[in-house]
Design a binder for this molecule. Structure first.
Ligand code: GDP
Ligand code: MG
Length: 360
């Protein structure tokens, strides 16, 4: 009853009318006095409201169309990830790499017959374990590259646990079959010991023997990828606003920030307003990741694309969202940036584990 409430408040030294607002502390005292259970909620931030809405959006079955699989190459350094991808794409990136070590995340989408496949090649050096872990997050299928002359090595083991944690199917490419010291049986044995029992030994892991030099097995590897993809029926809704992940980004002197994004769902378009971590922008231009001279108007699901238009370089691994209103995007980005600054000043470092990352 109003009068009982007013009496209690008077006892707390507050003379209030029936329309008054109470501060949280007074409300708590009042409720305690009347035996009422009170929960105080902060108003939801625009970040939570808008982005949760997007995350929670369920696509109608009739909107879901087949999309290309996103395939990540994982494995020990020097086992041939970059070379195999070069062979598939018909490029030669490996011979131009500093110290033969991949510094950038490469991501391409290629036509294979009727179908498309998106490939992500991650830096293979141990120092980039975290980045590699992130690579598996956007992944539908992990191709584990194991050099047949070297067998399972420490980073192979890491890659196996990353792929298992991500819950994605694993295809093994037993590479360097052309090398005289190749010992495929030993490698298969080691893989079995790590819980990857080859199909030829009665298990469920497809193993393809390859050589990035002679090209042996490359077509079979592609067929195996497409078969795995058919079984899993990867789908997305190309008619919604895009969501996806920033693979990497850098400040380029001539065209500002260039961000490599991969679209998980929806279609990214030139002119779209995007927020990604603590950065935002309007997509100014999009370029094919294989041929930077090809400008794209649209990037459908599973497409990696180089994007200009961000105010600053977003961090690798951040999710991006397309919003209707650039003011909202700016507000979310600025809020996150100031939160990052606070955390930074407070001396906290925010380290994201692979499991957290998976959960995003
Ligand atoms: P990554 O670190 O896993 O990306 O490995 P790279 O693709 O950089 O390959 C490391 C080295 O192994 C390079 O010198 C390649 O030329 C060589 N290599 C890769 N695949 C093969 C292969 O199938 N056969 C032979 N003989 N050499 C290979
Ligand atoms: Mg490499």
């Amino acid at each position: 009853p109003v009068q009982a409430v007013q009496r209690t408040l008077m006892g707390l030294g507050q003379m209030v009318t029936i329309n008054a607002s109470l501060d949280a502390e007074t409300a708590e005292l009042l409720c305690a006095e009347h035996g009422i259970d009170l929960q105080i909620r902060e108003p939801e931030s625009i970040e939570d409201t808008l982005l949760n809405q997007i995350d929670d959006k369920v696509d109608a079955d009739e909107d879901l169309l087949e999309r290309p699989p996103v395939v990540t190459f994982l494995g020990h350094v020097d086992h041939g990830k970059t070379s195999l991808l070069d062979k598939i794409i018909g490029l030669d990136v490996v011979s131009g790499e500093a110290g033969g070590i991949t510094q950038h995340i490469r991501a391409y989408i290629v036509d294979k017959g009727e179908k498309k496949i998106a490939f992500v090649d991650t830096p293979g050096h141990e120092a980039f374990t975290e980045m590699r872990a992130r690579g598996a997050n956007v992944t539908d299928i992990a191709v584990l590259i194991v050099a047949a002359d070297d067998g399972v090595m420490p980073q192979t083991e890491e890659a196996i646990s990353h792929a298992k944690a991500a819950g994605v199917p694993i295809i093994v490419a037993l590479n360097k079959m052309d090398v005289p010291g190749a010992n495929p049986d030993k490698a298969l044995q080691q893989l079995s010991q790590h819980g990857l029992l080859p199909a030829e030994w009665g298990g469920d892991v497809e193993v393809v023997k390859t050589s990035a030099i002679t090209g042996e097995g490359v077509d079979t590897l592609l067929e195996t990828i497409l078969l795995t993809s058919e079984i899993h029926e990867y789908k997305a809704n190309p008619s919604r606003e895009a969501v996806g992940v920033c693979l990497e980004a850098e400040q380029e002197s001539d065209r500002g920030v260039l961000a490599k994004l991969i679209v998980n769902n929806g279609t990214l378009k030139v002119g779209d307003v995007v927020v990604c971590g603590s950065t935002f922008g309007r997509v100014k231009a999009m370029y094919d990741t294989l041929n930077p001279r090809i400008r794209l108007e649209e990037a459908p699901p599973s497409t990696p694309v180089n994007v200009t238009g961000f105010d600053e370089a977003p961090a690798a691994g951040e999710r991006f969202y397309v919003l209707d209103d650039i003011a909202d995007a700016r507000e979310i980005a600025e809020m996150r940036a100031s939160r990052n600054r606070e955390q930074h000043l407070g001396g906290h470092t925010v380290k994201i584990s692979f499991e957290d990352f998976q959960a995003r």
